[in-house]
Design a protein around this ligand. Structure first.
Ligand code: SF4
Length: 435
């Protein structure tokens, strides 16, 4: 056994937190006696690229990454897996140098496929048609971050007009709560302090098991050793008063809400087939600020959806300007084949989309600065991460402010009480330790 030369395998992830949790799980399925994990920046015998296809730009980034690894190591085995090949296997397998193409469920067996694969002229393609009640494959990230991404749910039944995620990941499904608390216990055993609860449509957790997201939160907070839970995102119509009071009633669940709004104009929300109006969004933000005044609230917004006129956009811009948000994630509308919106009239020109995005991005910057200013002089807790930049150690507060402090190795992975003193030239919050 000990004279087996272990193959060097490297992993590269594109896209969402869910993909990072899944890549970490996939990497743990490679037997250490046969494979040696190496950083993607180094030479390897095998590269596994876990992809994203949420926008046109995401597809482009995937193709660039694939070609980068092929050029870096022409003899290496290139396995391209996940959402992009699930929807466009032909496009991926047509890239010369790709050896293995796996869909969103098959990707978890990549180690098995690779143990028999040799470099060939044409790529081997394995992707299946997804069915709503398809399997839920548990995943969490471990070992490569102070925080861990825990997958609690997969797929989505919503069918928003612009979205390709259900086509890539199938319908809404989830495991039982006790299997997720078991994952949390093993993460606590690995020294993880903060779990980022992730999925596709987190608030819709429970369909498969008849349980609810509120119940899940109440069970997760009982796990010893995990001190913080961060909800990565939740639909506005699924952020119930019950969930809010659980969050307000338990210090372990962080006062940070990322809520996809997409538009501040009701006509556009309807065209997008979103399940709320802007009034409901305002109602949820007001409810958060009443019960957790210091909470950090971020929102996703799409600019240039088909049919969005200049005045519709101005309405969204003013709506966001008047809503107490601490940051925005701004996306230019990206037409995705197979979605309802792809055949909608009223397409917005590229440079106009860009102009609208620029305006929203500068609005986000000023709202974020304002939120930082409101927090100066207040105390918070920061989980310091192992990232060292410019002689500083950084980490996030509970309400999602990136803080910085002069580097001390012993602070890595520690949750410390801090006083927020001011905004540093790097745009982070300068803090002092007060515990
Ligand atoms: S809620 Fe809408 S945007 Fe989000 S994953 Fe589901 S279909 Fe896509």
């Amino acid at each position: 056994m000990n004279n087996v030369t272990r193959k060097k395998v490297a992993f590269h992830t594109l896209g969402c937190k869910l993909n990072f949790a899944e890549t970490s799980t996939i990497s743990r399925s490679f037997p250490e006696e046969l494979f040696e994990r190496v950083p993607a920046g180094t030479k390897a015998d095998i590269y596994v690229i876990n992809t994203c296809t949420v926008t046109e730009a995401a597809d482009r980034k995937c193709r660039q990454a694939i070609r980068k690894f092929i050029n870096k190591s022409p003899e290496a085995i290139i396995a391209v897996v996940g959402c992009y090949p699930q929807i466009r296997p032909g496009e991926v397998s047509a890239i010369h140098g790709v050896d293995l193409v796996l869909g969103t469920n098959e990707k978890f067996d990549v180690a098995g496929y690779l143990s028999t694969l040799v470099k060939k002229q044409n790529a081997e393609i394995h992707s299946c048609t997804l069915s709503p009640s398809d399997t839920f494959i548990p995943s969490y990230s471990a070992g490569d971050r102070t925080r861990s991404f825990l997958k609690i749910q997969d797929g989505c039944d919503y069918g928003c007009a612009y979205c390709t995620v259900p086509l890539a990941r199938g319908g809404n499904r989830n495991p039982a709560i006790n299997s997720l608390t078991t994952d949390a216990v093993s993460l606590a055993g690995r020294g993880v302090k903060e779990i980022v609860i992730t999925g596709v449509n987190i608030g819709s957790f429970g369909k498969t098991t008849g349980q609810s997201f509120a119940e899940l939160l109440q069970e997760l907070v009982k796990v010893q050793g995990i001190e913080r839970y961060r909800i990565s995102s939740i639909e506005p119509n699924l952020l119930t008063d019950e969930i809010l009071s659980i969050i307000a009633g338990n210090k372990k669940i962080l006062p940070h809400f990322h809520i996809p709004l997409q538009s501040g104009n009701n006509k556009i929300l309807q065209l997008m087939r979103r399940r709320y109006t802007r009034e409901l969004f305002t109602n949820r933000v007001t409810a958060i600020k009443e019960i957790l005044p210091g909470a950090g609230i971020g929102a996703d917004v799409i600019a240039g959806f088909p049919g969005e006129s200049e005045s519709d956009f101005e309405e969204t811009f003013n709506f966001l300007g008047n809503t107490p948000l601490s940051y925005l994630h701004v996306f230019p509308y990206s037409e995705r084949p197979g979605t309802v919106a792809a055949s909608m009239p009223g397409k917005v020109a590229g440079e106009e989309k860009e102009r609208r995005c620029k305006k929203l991005i500068s609005l986000s910057a000023s709202k974020n600065q304002e939120f930082f200013r409101q927090n100066i002089g207040l105390t918070e807790e920061v989980l310091f991460e192992k990232l060292r930049s410019g002689g500083m150690i950084t980490g996030f507060t509970g309400n999602y402010i990136r803080a910085e402090y002069p580097w001390q190795a012993k602070l890595v992975g520690q949750i410390r009480k801090v006083m927020m003193n001011g905004i540093s030239p790097t745009g982070k919050m300068r803090v002092e330790l007060i515990d």
